[in-house]
Design a protein around this ligand. Sequence first.
Ligand code: 2PG
Ligand code: MG
Length: 429
Amino acid sequence: MSAISKIDLWQVLDSRGMPTVSARVSLGNKSANAIAPSGASTGAHEALFLRDNKESYDGKSVSETIALFTKEVLPHLIGIDGNDFAELDKNLRNYDSSRTFSKFGGHIPVAITIAAWLANAKEKNAEPFKVIADRLNSTPTLPLPMVNIFSGGAHAGGAIDLQDILAVPIGATSIEEAMEWVWLVRESTKSLLSKSGHDQSLVADEGGVTARLQSDEQALQFVSDGIAKAGLSGKVAIALDIAATQSFQGDHYQIHESGNIKKLSSEQFVSRWGKWLDIYPIISVEDGAAEDDNDGWKQQSEYCDRIQIIGDDRYATQNDRLVSGIANLEANTILIKPNQAGTLHSALTALTTAKGSNWGTVVSARSGDTEESWLVDLAVGSNAGQIKVGSTHRSERSAKWNRLLELSHFATASYIGKAALSHVKNLNI
Ligand code: 2PG
Ligand code: MG
């Protein structure tokens, strides 16, 4: 037992300059900080990020919720065993019992529970990943990275509809080689875009390249050509985050092509990207249908043998939503974002359920992230297999890759590589 002796909460800024919360949890004479990330393409089922909607920071501040939480909840958390993630989760939910933490928001509980884990590691004089590995009884493993190359959607002012086109270095045998390969793909894609007259002086929210193109498929072609130009065909594959919830208009999807708006039925929307699987080296599709479009999810399940079908908004790192997805055989992989769940314990519960059903797990950052790198320790310690933190560019992204490279340098764990995709029977490459 290691009782929480103090918790401090204060307002800081994330990578998009948006106010967020930082927590410091003290266990005995050890303390650690954690900052809550936030998304742009948030789903209806995830824990809320509540902003004050007052004058401060043009309505975006979080200081009022912090003050309210500090008054109403914090005193009740003092004395709780900070090593007991489940107990901390239970106590936090006592004061905000809705699944989405609608009273105080999920940003405060996630910052507190992550900080408690990190303080716990300091107390034990152990690396944070080791604490997670011991907790889950798992073998620490360096994950296969999924790296953003081209951004669109909510991460790039709607340059194209697709949110992310990512590179997956399936042929690399070390994390060092994997990082160099995806870096080369980004450079060659950028140079192809530049040569075609698309200004490349700016980067998107997650550090990816972007351009206002005629269609999603044109962007896909650029990345595919970028892989070939880098001499990495067959060694680097493509993953898509379609973020379909963003294109869904209640009963149809709306996309842009050659300057025109097109309305697509659920069936047409899924078939549209389904055809790309025969043309491009796509091995993974995230949120290929909107979060509550059950027909779309049923239709895309036919691709489970060829690619990873990942649920992000669909499951929102919520265990019960995942359990139904597993029962429906509608996908084979879950994205794990701690702030969607609202607490570390809940995120680990979903991750454990997924692994227990031979589903893939991809630990993911948010588009509004921070300079912290605990996400890597979470992925390594839980043997998640895969990690997605955006591009190689921008410090909040490189902070995570650099932690991964640090763990590799000190031979902390072995690199999983392509084996992370062993839950897909006949990989589409
Ligand atoms: C996603 C994430 C990260 P956001 O959709 O997977 O890329 O984006 O944080 O905006 O939800
Ligand atoms: Mg997503």
